[in-house]
Design a protein around this ligand. Structure first.
Ligand code: F6R
Length: 608
């Protein structure tokens, strides 16, 4: 996820672009840049760091012109450095592009272009587009862009300029968002509506597979085969703050709804057509996977809960012993860890002080450290031996949602990857998992489409004083995360435990009407969990079950059932958590709390 901005008009383009990028900074903030057409050339100013650094650079080295493009980056390929910041240009500097998303086949494209003599400056996937457009140019930027993107695979939005056509900006949408703004004698383009609002409220959303050509007189829209597209403009009534949240009342809800995309992007380019897994930043030495004796997962909070899922995945698929430790515990233990242990450090931010300290300790004991993180260039990613980036995009709400789902999928990819390298993974299981993995985004979407059903339940539960979450195996891991989500934003006391543990003490707290969430997706322990559920029912507890849509038995035992589409049992956490995230959200809303910034909490815990 990055922020894109384009301007064609009479104003000072740099000023408009910078202002728009400020409103898009929530989409990415590790580097930024602009390109402006002036005197037959295109001038680029870009820098690593937040937008304030770009503003500083523009004060020192201003650019004057009335047509330009701008970008605020959330890195996916290449560290957040000055060179990797957008815009990117071909060698001549005549063709300049910015882009949001992922070009899946950028490596073979880059190799091909290098063989033909192109010289690359950055490590990004984006730069291939500038060189491709340059190769295809025969006097018309739109035509060259159309031809160039036929060779690129992926999900992206691309905006291009050419020094020889200074009054024109060309944009293409392939999944990643793009909106056109219609001003008076000026046209704008952005990845989201907030950037356009100070200039216009008349917008048009570019759809997938469409190209827009902007001049200051207006915009022409085409399908990629060149057929013109006519579509009515929309009038935006949102204020700037609502628009930044994409019309959602809170970032948390927006991020919950971004989960299908977060999953798609985390898998993109990593699962081959033959089901083989490719992990671009994992470079295990020869023999390392085969000689691996143990996996040690370390993390905090939600990331730790993702690790609980990882434990089961790695154990089942790799038949290796796996430990999961809170990073703040591991760092003060004296762990028996060595060169045949793989440490998997999980952290959305990549900056959590305890996780960094635990990873450093493991590394000092000669364990290889693999980071699963959402932030390219974070401290964890810089210090780790291998990196598996989740590509959830920036997470703004304090309560983590989309990053958690992406961490789960990242671990499945890692387990399959290690399984391939080590051998011994049942090919039937592997095929089934790969097949089901690719269906997860659509299945998460199905749950989201039915979100209104949870509002009524939230109203019923919002007066509760305590709530319990139980499950076995993977369902226990989901119960832990469901409970954390609820307590951190609704301030309703809740506790999670393995279903078999309830009767060893906590059951004493279950009385008439006590809400108990039971997660029931694992067929091998289903009967056992149902027994736990009956213990709750017998004490008058109010049972909310999370179960598969085709589970015909559960309605007999539970007071309410939150249904999820069936999937492979090992992947069920990716689905089972979604109704619980929504439940937490709606309960907190009923209780009237500040959902995006709950009291006493911070997004990133960089102190011990
Ligand atoms: C809960 C939450 C926290 C974080 C934890 C670790 O919703 O977000 O529990 O998961 O502070 O943060 P990262 O993943 O950045 O290391």
């Amino acid at each position: 996820m990055c922020g894109i901005m384009g301007y064609v008009g009479e104003r000072d383009a740099a000023e408009v672009l910078l202002d728009g990028l400020r409103r898009l900074e929530y989409r990415g903030y590790d580097s930024a840049g602009i390109a402006v057409a002036c005197d037959g050339r295109i001038e680029v100013r870009k820098t690593a760091g937040k937008l304030s650094r770009l503003a500083e650079l523009l004060r020192k080295e201003p650019v004057r012109g009335t047509v330009g493009i701008g970008h605020t980056r959330w890195a996916t390929h290449g560290q957040p450095t000055d060179t990797n910041a957008h815009p990117h240009a071909d060698e001549s500097g005549r063709f300049v592009v910015i882009h949001n998303g992922i070009i899946e086949n950028f490596l073979p494209l880059r190799e091909e272009l290098e063989r033909r003599g192109h010289v690359f400056r950055s490590d990004t996937d984006t730069e291939v587009l500038a060189h491709l457009i340059e190769e295809e140019y025969r006097g018309e930027l739109a035509e060259a862009t159309r031809r160039a993107i036929q060779r690129a695979r992926g999900a992206y939005a691309l905006v291009a300029m050419c020094a020889d056509e200074p009054g024109r900006v060309v944009a293409v949408r392939m999944i990643s968002p793009l909106v056109i703004g219609f001003g008076e004698g000026e046209m704008l383009l952005a990845s989201d509506i907030p950037a356009l609002l100070p200039y216009t409220r008349e917008v048009l959303v570019v759809e997938d597979g469409e190209m827009a050509v902007l001049t200051k007189e207006g915009a022409h829209l085409y399908r990629l085969d060149g057929t013109p597209v006519e579509r009515a403009r929309m009038y935006v009534t949102w204020n700037a703050e609502q628009a930044e949240r994409g019309g959602f009342p809170h970032f948390m809800l927006k991020e919950i709804f971004e989960q299908p995309r977060a999953l798609t992007e985390t898998m993109m380019g990593r699962v081959g057509p033959d089901g083989r897994i490719a992990l671009e930043d994992v470079h295990f030495p020869d023999g390392f996977p085969e000689e691996l004796e143990k996996i040690w997962i370390t993390a905090c909070g939600t990331a730790y809960h993702a690790g609980l899922v990882g434990r089961v995945l790695f154990e089942r698929l790799l038949r290796l012993p796996v430990e999961v430790d809170y990073a703040h515990e591991l760092r003060y233990r004296d762990p028996v860890i060595g060169p045949h242990t793989l440490t998997v450090a999980i952290s959305q931010s990549g900056e959590t002080a305890d996780t960094l300290a635990a990873a450093r300790l493991c590394r000092a004991r000669r364990s290889r450290v693999l980071a699963i993180t959402n932030v390219v260039g974070s401290t964890l990613s810089r210090e780790a031996d291998d990196i598996l980036y989740t590509r959830a995009g920036p997470e703004i709400a304090v309560a983590s949602t989309k990053a958690y789902l992406a961490m789960l999928v990242a671990q499945v990819l890692l387990a399959l990857y290690l399984g391939e390298r080590r051998g011994g993974l049942d090919p039937k299981v592997r095929t089934e998992l790969v097949h089901e993995l690719q269906r997860l985004p659509a299945r998460v979407q199905e749950i989201l489409d039915a979100h209104e059903e949870i509002v009524g339940l939230a109203r019923r539960l919002c007066e509760a004083e305590h709530m319990y979450f139980i499950g076995r195996g993977l369902d226990y891991a989901v119960a832990m995360e469901g409970s954390l989500k609820l307590k951190e934003i609704s301030y309703l006391h809740s506790e999670a435990m393995p279903a078999g543990e309830l009767k060893h003490g906590t059951l004493a707290l279950v009385t008439h009407g006590t809400p108990v969430v039971v997660v029931l997706t694992q067929h091998d322990v289903y009967e056992k969990t149902v027994s736990g559920l009956q213990e709750v029912k017998a004490r008058g507890g109010y049972v909310i079950a999370v179960a598969y849509a085709d589970d015909e038995h559960i309605a007999k035992h539970a007071d309410t059932v939150l249904r999820i589409p069936r999937t492979h049992d090992l992947l069920s956490p990716v689905l089972a958590i979604v109704p619980l995230q929504l439940l937490a959200y709606y309960v907190a809303r009923e209780r009237g709390h500040d959902i995006d910034q709950p009291r006493n909490l911070a997004k990133s815990v960089t102190v011990e």
